[in-house]
Write a protein that binds this ligand. Structure first.
Ligand SMILES: [Mg+2]
Length: 232
């Protein structure tokens, strides 16, 4: 049985820890879904389209996009399709759609979502993604059917990097911080969740299946089977 090897190794979270978790907050891009899509869009798809639209060299297009990205990183604008469309002078949605074949779950994510659903816990998609990005990804993966509610940063009016997002989420869901798990591939966002009092925090080693693993300052995993006892 293939699950046996996973049972013999330590889970990132023990059965005892799982017993103490009633709310599970999940990031989308790089956590449930493969960041390969987003990385390809920002590094290849969008610079190509901008270069074509402005009739400039690709390297110039890339530099321009990186400049805007650096200035707005970690702010709600950085995650906003409308902001980027305004900045670049065209709707960036079609460029996303042309890469939609790259959208997919990370290893073991769907099985994990099914397990969570059967476990009876509250499951919340906590993402900075723009609602149109969520919709595009849901069309490809049917992701949203496995969560109780989607609570995105645009609805909150603040990104997950901000304490305002966590206060809003707490008011929306009534989660008890000491009984809550949050999983995210961004350590800075995990820091913000920690500051908001969330007890169980887990990072991701391989947000992009096509890129090398990265370290995290938090307990982290690659395949979702490392996260929970398979036998439960
Ligand atoms: Mg992420």
């Amino acid at each position: 049985m293939s699950g046996t090897s996973h049972q013999s190794t330590m889970s990132v979270l023990s059965s005892q820890e799982w017993d103490a978790i009633s709310w599970v907050l999940l990031d989308m891009d790089g956590t449930l879904l493969d960041l390969c899509f987003d990385d390809t869009f920002w590094r290849v798809g969008l610079p190509n389209q901008y270069a074509e639209a402005k009739n400039i060299e690709r390297v110039q297009a890339e530099a321009h996009i990186n400049r805007i990205g650096k200035e707005w990183y970690g702010q709600l604008e950085w995650y906003c399709i409308d902001f980027w469309s305004e900045q670049l002078g065209f709707d960036i949605r079609p460029a996303k759609s042309t890469l939609a074949h790259l959208i997919g779950f990370r290893a073991g994510a769907l099985a994990f979502l099914k397990w969570l659903r059967h476990s009876g816990r509250h499951v919340i998609l906590a993402t900075n993604a723009h609602p149109d990005s969520i919709a595009l990804k849901d069309t490809r993966t049917d992701l949203c059917r496995w969560v109780d509610v989607v609570l995105d940063a645009h609805a909150a009016g603040a990104p997950k990097e901000s304490p305002d997002y966590w206060q809003w989420l707490q008011e929306k869901t009534g989660f008890l911080p000491e009984r809550t798990l949050f999983i995210d591939d961004n350590d800075h966002i995990l820091d913000a969740a920690k500051a908001a009092g969330i007890r169980h925090l887990v990072g991701v080693h391989t947000p992009n299946s096509q890129a090398p693993a990265k370290p995290s300052r938090y307990p982290a995993f690659d395949h979702f089977q490392e996260l929970y006892p398979v036998s439960i």
